[in-house]
Design a protein around this ligand. Structure first.
Ligand SMILES: [Zn+2]
Ligand SMILES: [Zn+2]
Length: 239
């Protein structure tokens, strides 16, 4: 495994995922992960939990089975203006925020429109930490513009295992994205986006792609959980 912290994971609170938080923490411990982020879908998705799910995450222990559980969400980008489906108040309870484009919420546009959706989300929402699965084929984007903007605004870009594994992202898109990140020195997170506990932390497909472009290890932010926890505690002041 190349990561110590898996920063995009769904529990059965998103109804197309199948594991409880405890099952995920047990699997994470078994595989040697030190942290994972619980990032169920925010409210604009049809399978999302009620907003109270996110407000109440603070009742969970910060550590389960010695594994740190970050309280997060996968928010939905709603338009090319970059507006998202959580308020500042909702976001203030969270320790890790992935922002993604999903078909039920935003229709694919031109390359420029899709790029603007990500770029404006990054520019207008300080709470967003990482751009999720922007290698998905149905939303063509300009990786140069996204990588440059994320570097400028101190955001991460995700290399998403499950979208590669299940055919929604191409290897070519991942390579283009990684090359742009390498060029601008933009840090990435390698995440599973797992929907089942046994898949947490497992990144065989994306590891091969990283090797194929000789991607610098120092730009993989979640290789070390300590680095992630330091960032989260500085930004949100809550761990
Ligand atoms: Zn997603
Ligand atoms: Zn997801």
């Amino acid at each position: 495994m190349i990561i110590e912290a898996d920063l995009h994971c769904h529990s059965l609170a998103s109804s197309h995922a199948y594991s409880t938080v405890d099952e995920m923490a047990a699997a994470a411990y078994k595989y040697g992960l030190k942290a994972f982020a619980l990032t169920d879908h925010a409210m604009a998705m049809p399978d999302s939990p009620h907003v109270w799910h996110f407000h109440n995450l603070s009742i969970l222990p910060q550590k389960i089975n010695e594994v740190t559980v970050l309280r997060g969400a996968e928010v939905n980008i709603k338009s090319s203006d970059g507006d998202i489906d959580m308020t500042e108040f909702d976001l203030s309870n969270l320790q890790w925020v992935v922002a993604s484009c999903h078909l039920p919420v935003i229709k694919p546009g031109t390359e420029k429109e899709n790029t603007n959706a990500y770029v404006n989300a990054v520019k207008n929402n300080a709470a967003i930490d990482v751009i999720g699965h922007c290698t998905v084929v149905r939303y063509p984007v300009d990786y140069e513009v996204i990588a440059k903007t994320c570097k400028e605004y101190g955001k991460f870009i995700e290399l998403n295992e499950s979208s590669v594994q299940f055919g929604r992202s191409t290897k070519e898109n991942c390579v283009d994205m990684l090359r742009a990140c390498k060029k601008y020195g933009t840090e990435i997170t390698v995440n599973t986006d797992c929907h089942y506990a046994a898949l947490i932390g497992q990144t065989p497909f994306t590891e091969k792609i990283l090797e194929s472009v000789d991607f610098p290890e120092k730009l993989i932010f979640n290789r070390e959980a300590a680095r992630v926890l330091e960032y989260v505690s500085k930004k949100h002041n809550i761990i």
